[in-house]
Write a protein that binds this ligand. Sequence first.
Ligand code: IVH
Length: 667
Amino acid sequence: MTVKQDIEDLKQTIHQHDHHYYVKNSPTILDQEYDALLRRLRELEAAHPEYVTPDSPTQRVGGKVDERFKAVMHPVPMLSLDNTYNIDEVRAFHQRVLKGLPDIPEDSIEYVVELKFDGLAVALTYEDGLLVRGATRGDGLQGEDITANLRTLRSIPLKIDTEPFKRIEVRGEVYMPKKEFVRINAEREAEGETPFANPRNAAAGALRLLDPAITAQRKLDIFIYAVGFLDSNPFETHRELQEQLAALRFPINEHNRLCGNFESTLSLIEEFRDKRKEFDYEVDGLVIQLNSLAHRKQLGETSKFPRWAVAYKYEAEQAVTEIMNIVCQVGRTGSITPVAELQPVLISGSTVSRATLHNEDEIKRKDIRVGDRVVIEKAGEIIPKVIRVIEPSGDREMPFKMPTVCPECQSSVYRAEGEVVLRCVNSACPAQLKERLKHFSSRKAMDIDHFGPAVIEQLVDSGRVKNFSDLYTLKLGEVASLERMADKSAQNLVSAIEKSKLAGLSRFLFGLGVRHVGQRTAILLSRRFRSIKVLQETSYDELEKNDEIGPVIAESLKAFLDRDTNRQEIDRLRELGILMEEQGEAPESGGPFESQQFVLTGTLTRFTREEVKEKIQSLGGRVTTSISKKTDYVVAGTSAGSKLEKAQQLGIPVLDEEALQKLMENG
Ligand code: IVH
């Protein structure tokens, strides 16, 4: 078998497994086996870059997008649907359908009912079987080209059979699974960033990122529900068309139903009212549409909506309760957020006693005051928010005003240019300090067990702990004398604190809680710079030169490290024995080149050897000097000699600089 054929077969096999895994949710091989296939394909492609094609599963994450997405015209406008909110309105829709199809007997009118996903509509164009374009809906006539980002969704086929369509544009809804939404928001909060209000906004944000590698991490998914453009249409019904799409391996939702008569569409509305909450994606209603394409044609469209379909929207879960108090929470980065304390109330199956009020403007706009009875709603069924006042309290309290000083430490507050968030200026603010200590000791940071909120509270309030370093001077006796602290727990906590000294550079960096330096960035930084000392001496420009470290991160980090108090604190922590250097020769885990060994030989022309080495290391790989069976790749420049020969003898893939660069870009 030729290498080319080998590569083709691997691509096919991997596409099939992707389909089983991401579309049918029933993988047929083990993850390790899958990884091995992908790895083999990467190796073959690295050795034969001439056979790398855009539909290869290794090519999902491509180059960066420009500062702006290109505008694209839709070949057929992307209409939206007329919304209905009750059964009467749905009946009225059916009556309009009957009127528009006077020659068709009512009992031969079929409807298809589908879930209405709450995400973002996109259009995917395939030419000669290849995905050539992915676009947002935009204003319906013109959208934005987000092909590079959409390619990262693993349930979107990069290649389909060319039969029966040479050119086809399918449409669907991109969404963020609820689980992923929860995960990402937790991560954002840990990094001092504002969480997304709902999965839809989170998905929209991820689709408009300029770096597809980051979109790829957001685990977006898609359901295809319709076709925009088709070069030939041999089908009579929507169902037949969808079956064809499913056969082409597009992800079609499993709950779609065919209804032989109108009345049964109504029972589906009831059936899915509660059931939809169990799905891992947001469903805000149902789409009710004619099955026959001929009937659709006969009815036609208005300028905005098709006359053959309607959306039924479920009312959002709401409840009425009273605002007991409005308090301000101070976060780790000093952000001050108003929060309503509510008379506890049950909504979507859980008791809610607090709701975010976002910011002052929002409170003013809705004129929300203590004592008011308000409607609260679970936006996207997840985070409760106050929608409106339905009954102001009898003797109205004064309108809420954001504090002019920090509610916890009475220092002044400020609003940074271009931000809505108010912040406390005092980095020693006890509320901030408590949050920072929680973060510092958390699992992903220094991982200090037995260091709960009650302990933090006492240590900060008594003034015993004013910064991270104070933790490391705590004596067993002091800890044991805290309230509700058994001797055994005190001992455990002291050992946990001691153990954390060796947590390592990346955990320490993450634990410091520098704004915009999340776990991933911390790992990247420690891999690349190897010690806090080096980082402290690195200029803004040097920082910014690194992949994935943009101006925002670089600036935030630089400002943090340059501040005198932080320098002193880091020095003190070092004296107390906290490990601030990356250990070992090279990183062991993480990164696309994880545990892969490279040998460089010959004269490199594009980059210096040092640069190439650093780059490989920053991606998690190792560079060694001699070739062995453990070597994964040999990078050969011009006039490479004996090492190149040895590589060929051992059958180790040899990369020229161009192939190496490709491999680096595509992981
Ligand atoms: S069919 C002519 N099916 O809802 C439009 N749309 O207001 C045909 N949507 O823009 C759309 N799930 O983004 C259809 N199963 C589904 C859908 C769905 C969500 C969205 C879509 C559309 C909007 C309609």
